[in-house]
Design a protein around this ligand. Sequence first.
Ligand code: HEC
Length: 307
Amino acid sequence: MHRLITLLVVLLPLISLGQATTPPAAAALDASRCAVKLSVALTGRSPDAALLASSNPQSQVDALLQGTAFIERFSRFVNARFNDEPGATSVEDATYHLARHVMTNRLPWSDMFLGSFRVETANNTVSVVSDADGLGYLRSPAWLKRYAGNEEQGVKLSTAYRILNNTTGITLTAAVVVPGLDTSATGRRNAACAGCHYDSWFALDKISSVLTRRVGTGANMTFAAPTAGPQQLLGTTISNDKELVTALVNSPDFDFNVCRVAFGFVYGRKELACEGPLFDKCVDAFRAERTMQSAIAALTKDSSFCR
Ligand code: HEC
């Protein structure tokens, strides 16, 4: 049953793309209403006088995407999407800080996960620093601690899930722990658990086995190197977090998720079945240019946006 549910979670977006039909024709908005819609979607603000007066507001999309209002709004959006709740401190919201850096410098979106960076606090300021050993925000100390989890042997199931969710968009709801439930690795092999923990492509226990292990708890926790050795995951051999994230970023799921994020940002909802052609345009644009801006531009420059 769990397998079925999770399979559906993975398949539904693909099915919805497959069923794409042409959206019904709608009248174009007049230019000033188009300007308002565009400005609110990208910056959260009403358009400035120049944009409002433009006879073709969509020609201003690239300029809007350079602005700090857009970058700030988008970075907050991504942070809310990649985390279930705001961090206890700003540095825990490493996704927000790195998104702002990646968007400001128009870096490929994959740098969020693979770039040589680290998010840390120095002199009471949260900053993005260069780190040859960095893995986007995924090796930032505060983020690692935030998602280290409580598993009894230090297995980082929570980190594994967060990496999968942030790269591919897969959404799973963890089982409710009731008194007496065996939550150990043995317990997680039970039929009710194995679907998510051992048997699927996203098997959380297998993914976790290539991550470091949590040693200790709270502020004093440290991380020890994985001991399981190379694993067969995602159709390849994976030995550590970097190889895991590289495989995820190179998967088609990553490109689709970029456009799901872009769509959610622009429209405030999921894409509909009839929007398949628009979604495909977004994926094509992203595959060609690799920036989140290219995905968002594909959606907001399309004629359907101002209808
Ligand atoms: C639908 C998928 C799914 C099923 C089924 C499932 N889990 Fe999980 N489990 C998760 C996810 C997702 C997480 C990570 C949650 C998080 O921290 O964000 C998780 C995390 C855990 C953790 C680590 C918690 C922590 O704080 O580190 C334990 C222990 C666990 N699950 C035990 C079980 C047991 C026992 C069962 C069977 C009764 C089970 N799970 C069934 C998805 C599932």
